[in-house]
Design a binder for this molecule. Structure first.
Ligand SMILES: [Mn+2]
Length: 359
């Protein structure tokens, strides 16, 4: 650290780099060690100079024209960020504001959306178009509402009174939106500096290892991408079988996988799934517990991020991260940003206008 940079030395406030960047649009932030103090300028009144979580060296707030002198390419490589975002449910305005808040850059950052991109909110088509346009920078999972959209599009499911999918289904680009959606997976694994982050929309069964989860999600994805899709969508609904067995086959096997990955909240200690209760985790019905508390859960050694459970809300535990904070119900849309480790987390939220009433 450059000893002459006095106000850098005295800073202590921890503020997110991207928030800061959004606050000071005409300035960029660098992490170059030994940047000449002559280049250091103070563009804001608040004096928000800081150590950012996950970075060993303090951040210098530099005027944009000073960045070129210290190698902006290396700065941006070092500061690319990983985020997970909870259920968007057609609230494209909230998603746009959250991406603005985190200073999302499609050329630098990676965002995972944990499923339920569509339905209930006002503009599902815009959410899908935004994801498609972002390419590999925004990576999505399928949730139960996304599967419901595919089922409605294929005539396998009657629209519900509370659905807000009509505009999407009648849009000129609906075939492209649906083709993109049906190519999305039901589980993802991200390697973050050697640590594994497993992502699903709802939950996983206690008997499944991380590789089991990915393999079973792949089984469903293979069908979604095949000519068997319409038949699968017709057979997808139902609450039985309510437990996994390795010898399950055909529609029963796929239904258990889909139900666990996209609908699960509570199960018994032995992994029998319940689909009656959508209460908060503290209100578990007798004999049931949140899937992530099932004893002997084989994914316990992997950090699992999930959405789907708005009555649970933000859950920040060392082994699990819950991110559905009820955007469409007038709650928040929440992102978690990871620092250099998966334990280094920062929550970023935007408040949302209520689009629908629960119930
Ligand atoms: Mn859901």
């Amino acid at each position: 650290m450059h000893t002459a940079c006095k106000f850098v030395q005295r800073c202590s406030r921890r503020i997110h780099r991207h928030q800061a960047r959004a606050l000071h649009n005409n300035h960029a932030y660098g992490f170059a060690e030994g940047a000449p103090c002559d280049n250091l300028q103070h563009p804001c009144d608040a004096g928000e100079y800081k150590h950012f979580p996950g970075f060993k060296i303090p951040a210098f707030c530099l005027a944009r024209n000073a960045i070129s002198g210290i190698g902006s390419d290396s700065i941006y490589k070092e500061t690319m960020a990983l985020y997970c975002i909870g259920d968007v449910q057609g609230c494209d305005g909230a998603l746009e504001r959250l991406l603005d808040t985190i200073g999302f850059s499609a050329s630098r950052d990676t965002v995972y959306l944990l499923g339920d991109l569509v339905n209930r909110g006002p503009d599902s088509a815009a959410v899908l178009r935004r994801c498609m346009a972002a390419g590999d920078a925004i990576r999505c999972l399928l949730g139960n509402h996304d599967l419901h959209l595919l089922a409605a599009a294929h005539g396998a499911r009657a629209p519900s009174r509370r659905d807000t999918l009509g505009t999407l289904l009648n849009a000129p680009d609906a075939p492209a939106l649906l083709a993109w959606l049906q190519a999305q997976p039901l589980a993802r694994l991200h390697d973050h500096h050697g640590q594994q982050l497993l992502m699903v929309h709802a939950g996983v069964l206690p008997a499944w290892s991380t590789s089991d989860v990915l393999g079973r999600a792949d089984e469903v994805q293979a069908v979604l991408r095949s000519d068997a899709l319409p038949g699968f969508l017709h057979a997808m609904y139902g609450n039985t079988p309510d437990r996994w067995r390795d010898d399950l086959a055909g529609a029963d096997r796929l239904r258990v996988i889909v139900n666990a990955l996209t609908r699960l909240r509570f199960c018994t200690p032995g992994g029998v799934m319940d689909f009656e209760s959508s209460e908060a985790a503290s209100a578990a019905p007798p004999g049931l517990l949140p899937w992530f508390d099932a004893p002997g859960r084989r994914t316990a050694g992997t950090v699992v991020a999930f959405g789907h459970w708005s009555t649970l809300g933000w859950l920040n535990r060392s082994d699990v991260i819950g991110l559905d904070t009820g955007c469409v119900w007038g709650g928040c849309l929440t992102a978690v940003r990871f620092g250099t480790t998966l334990a280094d987390r920062e929550r970023l939220q935007v408040h949302c206008e209520q689009s629908q009433k629960p119930g």
